[in-house]
Design a protein around this ligand. Structure first.
Ligand code: SF4
Length: 396
């Protein structure tokens, strides 16, 4: 195994500080990235059909599901962009303005129901975030609306969290141990009050900022110190039947437009932050080869970003390595292969591999920007590392 003990000295990735939108696409190595944020994280059959057609006409014919439960099109050429935008607008998949789109960062449990109040809370937030006096939130700042009986979004990136607490809603800041418990109709205004406090307290520096970081230097306002945030078991993202419908996965969140066409004919689709879909109301999985339908499928245990050559910041390709490693991972382990130290595809894997100018850094139980445990590894070196782990694992 090739390995060095000193940290890599490869150049650090450029931090953009914002996520692409549809009205503000992000240039990448393969053209523009256009991200669509469907209302309630749901596509009607008509929207799904239309989106598949737009991808085939104006973008790469493979769409991507993101960890914020959005959909993005890649490889859009600037000349086609106006026609693509026209198509998205006619499908009802666009915000009115780019600033509203950027603020409307709502991550919604894919298991939401009308009865749990999610549509009403989202409508309240959408309205407030589109208002002319909406707080100037940074591009990555987001809200997690997680109103089911069990919280499922705790490990997903968000700054303000809304969870069920009996017949009320607990609104709390990411990283806090306390929050404010309010009736459902007060949930959106309370979340907006917390967002305003974030901005007024200096949470935004040079257009960037996250709630958990602000809490390291600022105490919460009194209303958000009244109710303890309960400890909740971590949600295990998997595939299979649910009360909402069939949950399916897609390798690296890659959704071919053909598959989207076929799914659109079957059911409305909800996007999960685990790079999968819920086929609303369906309780058997359709027989489509791209869908991951078995919880034991090794592909569910690996994540990888676009990597080279699609991303200009990548220092190497990622997905071939992730595919190679998937069947080699010992039980209970997950891996994230990142093209650079930004690690934008995933958080929380037990093993992270980061492309560097010379080989991969390997990080145990840490994020892509953490100090590596080994450096300069190739695929064979990483496989040997995993084999060593398997041999030394305690036998039950
Ligand atoms: S983590 Fe991957 S997709 Fe994100 S900037 Fe780095 S190489 Fe690009």
């Amino acid at each position: 195994m090739q390995s060095h003990l000193s940290p890599s000295t490869a150049s650090e990735p450029r931090i953009q500080g914002w996520c692409p939108g549809a009205l503000r696409p992000m240039p990448s190595g393969d053209g523009l990235v256009v991200r669509v944020r469907p209302t309630l994280g749901r596509l009607t059959p008509l929207q799904a059909q239309g989106l598949a057609g737009l991808a085939q006409q104006y973008a790469s014919p493979v769409l991507e599901l993101t960890s914020r439960a959005n959909l993005q099109l890649r490889g859009v050429c600037p000349d086609s962009y106006p026609d693509l935008i026209h198509g998205l607008r006619s499908l009802g998949l666009l915000d009115e303005r780019a600033d509203v789109e950027a603020r409307r960062n709502l991550l919604i449990s894919p298991f939401w129901t009308e009865a749990d109040g999610t549509p009403a809370v989202c409508e309240g937030l959408n309205h407030a975030l589109a208002d002319t006096d909406a707080p100037a939130l940074p591009g990555k700042f987001g809200f997690a609306i997680d109103l089911g009986a069990q919280a499922v979004l705790r490990s997903a990136s968000a700054d303000i969290r809304l969870e069920r607490s009996g017949d009320q809603v607990l609104v709390y800041a990411d990283g806090a141990t306390t929050g404010a418990c309010v009736p459902l109709h007060q949930a959106a205004p309370t979340a907006m009050a917390l967002a305003r406090w974030f901005v007024a307290s200096g949470g935004v520096v040079n257009g960037r900022g996250r709630m958990a970081r602000l809490l390291q230097r600022q105490a919460l306002p009194a209303p958000f110190t009244t109710t303890r945030v309960p400890v909740a078991p971590a949600h295990t993202a998997t595939v299979g039947n649910s009360a909402t419908g069939m949950v399916v996965g897609l390798e690296f969140g890659q959704l071919p437009a053909d598959t989207l066409h076929q799914l659109a004919a079957l059911a409305p689709l909800r996007i999960t932050p685990w790079r999968g879909l819920v086929l609303e109301g369906l309780h058997t999985a359709p027989n489509l080869p791209e869908l991951i339908t078995q919880p034991s499928d090794a592909r569910l245990r690996v994540a990888a970003c676009t990597g080279a050559p699609g991303c200009t910041q990548a220092l190497g390709p990622t997905r071939a390595l992730a595919r190679f490693l998937a069947p080699l991972l010992p039980a209970g382990r997950t891996a994230h292969v990142s093209g650079c130290a930004k690690g934008c595809a995933h958080h929380g894997a037990t093993l992270t591999l980061v492309a560097r100018a010379a080989g991969f850094d390997l990080i145990e139980h840490g994020t892509a920007d953490a100090a590596p445990d080994a450096t300069g590894l190739d695929a064979a070196g990483i496989a040997a590392y995993l084999e060593q782990q398997r041999l030394h694992a305690p036998h039950v």
